[in-house]
Design a protein around this ligand. Structure first.
Ligand code: ADP
Length: 163
C-alpha cells in the first residue's frame, strides 16, 4: 500500500489543492490530508472547519482522509505508516521553502520521500492567501475554489458583517 500525506494550511482549500489531490490519487493508494494547526498565519476558518469543508468536498474519494495535525510531520507519518509526502509547486518562488522543508524532513526521517506535483497553468496563480484577500474586499473568486468552499466563505462573510 502506498500511503501518502498531503500537509498544508488549506485556509481555504482551493482548486489548486484539489488538482494536487486528484492527481496524486493516480499514484498513491491512500491519501491523508493533514491540516496544520497553524497559529502564525491569520486564518479565515478554524482547522476543524477546514477539515469539515474538505471532507465534504472530497467525500467521493473513499481513499482520502482529512485530519488536523500539530507537531512534526515526521511523527505524524511514523505513527500512520506513511512514507510519502505530497507537495505542490506553483512557481520558482515556492522552491526555496519547499526545498528547505524537504531536506529537514529527510534528515528527521530518512526513508520519507517527498513528491512534488507542479501546478497546471490554470491553477498556478491560485493561492489561499490571495483568495482570502480578494474575497475580503468583495472580489469574485468563485472559479478558484470548489463550490462548497465558496458557499462556506460567503456564509463566514455574512456572519462577520452581522456581528
Ligand atoms: P502551507 O502553509 O504548507 O504552504 P498551503 O495550504 O498554502 O499550506 O499549501 C499546501 C501545499 O499545496 C503546498 O505544497 C503548496 O505549495 C501547494 N499549493 C498551494 N496552492 C497550490 C496551487 N494553486 N497549485 C498547486 N499546489 C498548490
Amino acid at each position: 500500500m502506498r500511503n501518502a500525506v498531503y500537509p498544508g494550511s488549506f485556509d481555504p482549500f482551493t482548486n489548486g489543492h484539489l488538482d494536487i489531490v486528484e492527481r496524486s490519487l493516480r499514484v498513491v493508494d491512500s491519501l491523508t490530508i493533514a491540516v496544520l494547526k497553524n497559529t502564525s498565519k491569520k486564518s479565515m476558518f478554524t482547522p476543524d472547519e477546514r477539515v469539515d469543508i474538505m471532507r465534504e468536498v472530497l467525500k467521493k474519494y473513499p481513499q482520502v482522509k482529512v485530519e488536523t495535525f500539530e507537531g512534526l510531520l515526521v511523527d505524524f507519518c511514523r505513527t500512520r505508516n506513511i512514507r510519502i509526502v505530497i507537495r505542490g509547486l506553483r512557481a520558482v518562488s515556492d522552491f526555496d521553502y519547499e526545498h528547505a522543508i524537504f531536506l529537514m524532513n529527510r534528515k528527521l526521517l530518512p526513508d520519507l520521500e517527498t513528491m512534488f506535483l507542479m501546478a497546471g497553468s490554470d491553477n498556478s496563480f491560485i493561492s489561499s492567501t490571495i483568495v482570502k484577500e480578494v474575497a475580503h474586499f468583495g472580489g469574485n473568486i468563485a472559479d478558484q475554489v470548489p463550490a462548497i468552499v465558496f458557499e462556506r466563505m460567503q456564509k463566514k462573510k455574512s456572519q462577520h458583517t452581522e456581528s
